[in-house]
Ligand binder design. Structure first.
Ligand code: UFG
Length: 327
């Protein structure tokens, strides 16, 4: 059984490859290395440099390797950038997925697990968010991910393909070994940015708004460890291998933390003072995003291991202290 991980040199992709290999799986990675890192490629995986928008590259890959399932992470994922350069997101995320599906249909590959996002919901109508809640994205990134889900839905009806879409909430943390972790340029994610302060790369953390209707006025998010996300992909792949139907699952811890609480926890973990400054709200930020992951727990048997924010931040700190400039 061989699994193809598209975007396997990226943040969540590389952590999934590590878990797959620990589970004894044969893994092939394809990544264009535009945002992925060659250093994040697991030494036991077979690596191909290429782009999912390149149909010939995919066809040749499927003909060379005997692929049973695909796990698809190869996408652009910055909310802010998606608003200033929407066509990049339609090109990489939607057009790229269309080419991938064409090649999968042609080559008889029938199972795929792929990254979706909490951004498909937009402003939630109730908390915690259920998979059946309304989906009205407030940014291009979320819109392209929702369109990807819909593309899979219609293509799977016409062709012999089954899929699982995993809607992540706030991915964070790093591999327990400290060998791989989050390394984005530019970095936009809260925990990585906060840890740049004790690492001496940033003087303070900006808090985007303290006038939300939450307990301390700052936004509440559901932080989920990247290794727990990785495990969910393996369970989703097994779910498809067992012949189950296409499905969509939320992935979060089901617990929310305010931005201020995250800053305080990071100060405790690092043992350093982390100054912060209150700034304007960031456009498009919902006040509260918390997942209900009951469906993934019941149907996939998923159980997040990192339920403590402190433990999550400890893994991120171990990575960031030793790799202050990323890879
Ligand atoms: N924040 C700050 N200061 C910063 C950075 C972030 O206060 O310097 C705040 C944000 O306003 C937000 C929280 O910290 O309230 C988390 O922000 P992130 O940018 O880390 O994450 P988001 O919640 O914006 O984004 C995450 C995923 C996206 C996904 C989105 C769904 O990273 O991929 O959830 O809404 F689209």
């Amino acid at each position: 059984m061989t699994v193809l991980v598209l975007g396997g040199a990226g943040y969540i992709g590389s952590h999934t490859v590590y878990e797959l290999i620990d589970a004894g799986q044969d893994v092939v990675i394809a990544d264009n290395l535009l945002t992925g890192h060659v250093e994040a490629v697991h030494p036991k995986a077979r690596f191909y440099k290429g782009d999912i928008r390149d149909e010939k590259f995919l066809d040749e890959l499927f003909q060379k390797e005997k692929i049973d399932s695909v796990i698809h992470f190869a996408a652009s994922s910055l909310v802010g950038e998606s608003m200033t350069d929407p066509l990049k997101y339609y090109d990489n995320n939607l057009y790229g997925t269309m080419i991938l599906l064409k090649s999968m249909v042609k080559n008889g590959i029938d199972k795929i697990v792929f990254s979706s996002t909490a951004a498909t919901y937009g402003e939630p109508e109730s908390i915690p968010i259920l998979e059946t809640d309304k989906t009205e994205p407030t940014n291009t990134y979320g819109e392209t991910k929702l369109s990807m889900e819909k593309m899979f839905k219609w293509v799977s009806k016409a062709h012999n393909i089954r899929f699982v879409a995993l809607r992540y909430f706030n991915a964070c943390g790093a591999h327990i070994s400290g060998k791989i972790g989050e390394s984005h340029n530019p970095e936009t994610h809260l925990i990585s940015l906060i840890l740049q302060v004790p690492n001496g790369q940033r003087e303070f953390i900006s808090i985007f708004g303290d006038d939300y209707e939450t307990k301390d006025g700052t936004c509440i998010r559901d932080y989920i460890h990247v290794t727990d996300l990785a495990q969910a992909h393996i369970l989703a792949m097994k779910y498809l291998e067992n012949g189950n139907e296409s499905n969509i699952f939320n992935l979060g811890n089901g617990v929310g933390f305010t931005v201020k609480e995250v800053v305080e926890t990071a100060a405790k973990v690092t043992g350093q003072v982390i100054p912060s400054k209150i700034c304007e709200r960031r456009a498009g930020d919902p006040a509260v995003l918390i997942a209900s992951s009951e469906k993934a727990k019941t149907i996939l048997g998923w159980k997040p291991q990192y339920t403590s924010l402190e433990e999550i931040i400890k893994t991120a700190w171990k990575w960031q202290k030793n790799h202050p400039n990323g890879y």
